[in-house]
Design a protein around this ligand. Structure first.
Ligand code: ARG
Length: 421
């Protein structure tokens, strides 16, 4: 039976899954992402998928429990990715996407959910899926039918007619239109309500053009301030956070003015945009790993020539903007936009974040405590303190000394269940 908390969608209360277990973990070094220090030789007592207690191994509870030996490992909280598309496929871009039905995409999602979990990502925000396939995937995972991360699901992304979140690949007579397309404040409020009705936990909208859509300008704002405000107001009334896809400076500034909770991509963010984000407490989620995959593999995967041209303008500037935002002390999320690149390589982004200005600890904070805050789940995930889900990963080396080790996660537990060892 799925717990009632999993059924209350939009409340950010995800269940500890149907498979929740009891166990005792013997952990060599446990990272506190807040301070960047390790507690040595720890026990982690897990009851019903939740951390009941933690302390020195020598004062472990005397109980008859399954013991998991991670005594020579570096143990971190399960990782969080603020921007994935589990039902998307990195080999299927451009016109190839028209061959994929919604049920086919859902099955792709099952494969990618496992790859994502195996990479150490135990909670993700799925920022956009056709036909509510991400909601079905989330529920199947929570029911224990298939393995995968906890999913905060957006359902269809909202967008203007002909914008980045529409389907612009076919002439008018085909009537192709993405699920989340609407124009005007009231039509958008209705879309938010519809997404909520069918199970969304978060709202995603497109505030500028994008790289991988046909005929959109990455620099150009999409939606008026009035429309963005309507989306944000309606979503917040329903207890849902709002993520805005935005590359161009004006679209970023307008989305922040409208009250969004995170800016996705943030490529051409102005100094004003960074200042606004800091003042309003808006997270910047920047997919700085993506560019290499797009430029190296994109053509084979079917990406349009115009997309490759746009990427050549966006990639480098986005990384420089990332460096500026980190220097300025903006709140940084970890969002990778998996599906553009292959799911399961999420951990590769850590090294890029360090190359472009973060310390290893800052990059890990982005994927743990910062994302937990952005998801509204700081009481459930992001650290290994009592009361939180027993979501953890173990590494062979100290990632604070070698951030590349985040690409190789040999052990993954979610809700007290070991999924990879
Ligand atoms: N989904 C995004 C878009 O199409 C991907 C952008 C990837 N490029 C980058 N440099 N991060 O706009």
């Amino acid at each position: 039976m799925r717990k009632i908390s999993a059924i209350i969608t939009g409340s950010m209360l995800l269940s500890s899954t149907a498979l929740a277990q009891n166990a005792l973990v013997h952990a060599g070094h446990v990272l506190d992402p807040n301070s960047g220090t390790y507690a040595q030789n720890q026990f982690i007592h897990i009851e019903d998928g939740v951390i009941k207690d933690r302390g020195n191994w020598n004062s472990r509870p005397d109980l008859d429990l399954v013991t998991i030996d991670l005594s020579d490992k570096y143990v971190l909280p399960g990782l969080l990715d603020a921007h994935v598309h589990l039902t998307g496929d990195s080999k299927v871009h451009g016109y190839k996407r028209l061959t994929r039905s919604v049920p086919r995409q859902a099955i792709t999602g099952v494969r990618n959910a496992k790859r994502t979990l195996d990479a150490g990502f135990t909670t993700v925000r799925n920022l956009g899926a056709a036909g509510y396939a991400d909601i079905a995937l989330r529920d199947a995972i929570d029911d224990g039918d298939v393995p995968g991360p906890r999913i905060i699901a957006a359902g269809p992304s909202l967008g203007i007619t002909g914008g980045h979140c529409d389907n612009n690949l076919l002439p008018k007579e085909y009537g192709a239109k993405a699920d989340g397309v609407a124009d005007g404040p009231w039509a958008l409020r209705a879309k938010v309500r519809e997404n909520k009705k069918y199970g969304a936990n978060v709202i995603k909208f497109c505030a500028t053009g994008g790289v991988l859509s046909k005929g959109t300008d990455v620099g150009a704002q999409q939606f008026s301030l009035e429309e963005m405000k309507a989306i944000v107001d309606e979503a917040h009334l329903a207890g849902m956070k709002v993520a805005a896809h935005a590359h161009g400076a004006k679209g970023i500034e307008t989305a922040i003015q409208a009250g969004v909770d995170s800016i996705e991509h943030s490529s051409f963010i102005s100094d004003k945009g960074i200042k606004d984000a800091k003042r309003e407490g808006v997270y910047l989620s920047m997919d700085v790993y993506n560019s290499d995959y797009i430029l190296n593999e994109g053509e084979k995967a079917g990406m349009l020539k115009e997309s490759l041209d746009k990427e050549r303008r966006v990639g480098k500037i986005q990384r420089e903007s990332f460096r500026r935002a980190v220097r300025a002390g903006a709140k940084m999320a970890f969002g990778s936009d998996a599906a553009v690149y292959p799911h399961g390589q999420n951990g590769h982004q850590f090294s890029y974040m360090v190359t472009w200005g973060m310390t290893p600890l800052q990059s890990i904070q982005a994927a743990t405590i910062n994302n937990a805050d952005l998801f509204g789940m700081s009481d459930k995930v992001g650290t290994l303190d009592p009361g939180k889900f027993a979501d953890l990963i173990a590494l062979d080396e100290d990632p604070l000394n070698n951030i590349d080790i985040m690409q190789t996660v040999p052990f993954v537990m979610k809700g007290g269940v070991t999924y990879k060892k």
